[in-house]
Design a protein around this ligand. Sequence first.
Ligand SMILES: Nc1ncnc2c1ncn2[C@@H]1O[C@H](COP(=O)(O)OP(=O)(O)O)[C@@H](O)[C@H]1O
Ligand SMILES: N[C@@H](CC(=O)OP(=O)(O)O)C(=O)O
Length: 565
Amino acid sequence: MAVALRLPGVARGSPAALAIRAAAKLGREQDSVRACCARPPAQCWRRSRLLVRCQTAAAALLNNEEATAAAAAHKPRTGFTVVMKFGGSSLASADRMREVADLILSFPEETPVIVLSAMGKTTNNLLLAGEKAVSCGAPKASEIPELAVIKDLHLRTIDELGLDRSVVSGLLDELEQLLKGVAMMKELTRRTRDYLVSFGECMSTRIFAAYLNKLGKKARQYDAFDIGFITTDDFTNADILEVTYPAVAKRLNGDWMDDPAIPIVTGFLGKGCKSCAVTTLGRGGSDLTATTIGKALGLREVQVWKDVDGVLTCDPNIYANAIPVPYLTFDEAAELAYFGAQVLHPQSMRPAREGDIPVRVKNSYNRHVPGTVITKARDMSKSILTSIVLKSNVTMLDIVSTRMLGQYGFLAKVFSIFEDLGISVDCVATSEVSVSLTLDPSKLWSRELIQQELDHVVEELEKFAVVHLLQHRSIISLIGNVQRSSLILEKAFNVLRRNGVNVQMISQGASKVNISLVVNDSEAKQCVQALHSAFFENGFMSEIEGADVPQNGASLNSNRAIYGN
Ligand SMILES: Nc1ncnc2c1ncn2[C@@H]1O[C@H](COP(=O)(O)OP(=O)(O)O)[C@@H](O)[C@H]1O
Ligand SMILES: N[C@@H](CC(=O)OP(=O)(O)O)C(=O)O
């Protein structure tokens, strides 16, 4: 402290200023700083990061070139080791918050960054409350049942954890005001919707940080939109921009250096680059927040803690015999998520792949089960089928050219229509004069004009083609080793034939990990179950020489029973 007073005119943020701040924090005088600079650099590692930084800065301050070089060679280690993300299912109550805190504290060797989603079903309740506010009239907005559920859950959690209600009372008041505003305006724009759902993550992180502090583990809450998560302005489905990585690293590392505390970061949220308003990353977007932080900080691992024993061989809600998949590549996981497995956000593998950070999917209800490890590459020599994914309520288009055989430009014309209308295509199969494709339902669902848009697409295509619009279809994706596609297809078609199911379209993605089959919605679940039994339950994998067989994990159903999922 005394150092600062004795050195007037020191520029803010300069090495000298850093040394002074560091010295002040350490309660040392300039002599200590000087002594620190003279100490052999090897000792740096054994000292706190703050002292290393102090040494670097103080060396510059004292103009000691040798010390500057020596200290610079020993860059302070980044404090953080892993990201641990907990989803809504892991945080549904006070008991669950206690359990998650206990889980984090059971890894004392780690310095984690924690990413949290909203508690339980809070995001769904906020969306429902918003929709009801549009039509209920301002005086009734305070009585929306979902608002009462949200208030009750958060205040009860606070009381049961022995915290002060002021941790969220301001946010709850603001939320009620916002719903009154929506009721008065009688409209809920996508921008307002994002602001509305942000209350879920803002509250869960504040409660959890306060609880960790109460336990004596120093924690600091962060709203992602305040620490550099910059996104496109695509409300409800924003993309993270590159500037996010250095900004987030600077903020989290900087704060840690100044005053170490476990960061508790809101998942799912960002700040629009032009609007500066709160944006969201699409449903389930906290997984993406976690991998973004993992890449930004160059961490050893990203852990996403869920209510299942890892990524499973199929959705356990469709078929209870699903079993955990021990290893996946980023490509397999991305494909699985994109084609509808709710367990991971479709974009979340991108930062992990770019930063080559392994992602581990674990069960917060069953913490000792190994889970699924997702990495850049894995030994595929024994792998056949990894997982079966179902995407229902898909729209399919059969488009047949009315022009001459072999006419060029047909496909370009077809796809330019989708581009112009901003509709994303999932699967494509082509012949010389026709193309069949499926439309991404999530992209359509996020709009309001579904039927009108489809009619418009058909109208445009009919200018040069005969079009059949087929609704209520499902895509069954077989994720696995497409090097063995003949084997997979032989088995799959055998099963489907035995079940009397006619496949309406097949598509094999360029990523070589996915074969997609389109069937009627009404037959899809039964197909998934039959395929699962054939591939994973009847010894088929082990019959094939050396094939890798996923192992059955414990208590899948008991987790869901606890949470009622
Ligand atoms: N292939 C799959 N493997 C595991 N879980 C799946 C799969 N497909 C769908 N799910 C569903 O995903 C849920 C976990 O994802 P999610 O609800 O987003 O978790 P969280 O909210 O904890 O992040 C599981 O409870 C399960 O019902
Ligand atoms: N709360 C958000 C974001 C999220 O990632 O949630 P979860 O981790 O519970 O899937 C949602 O429900 O979409």
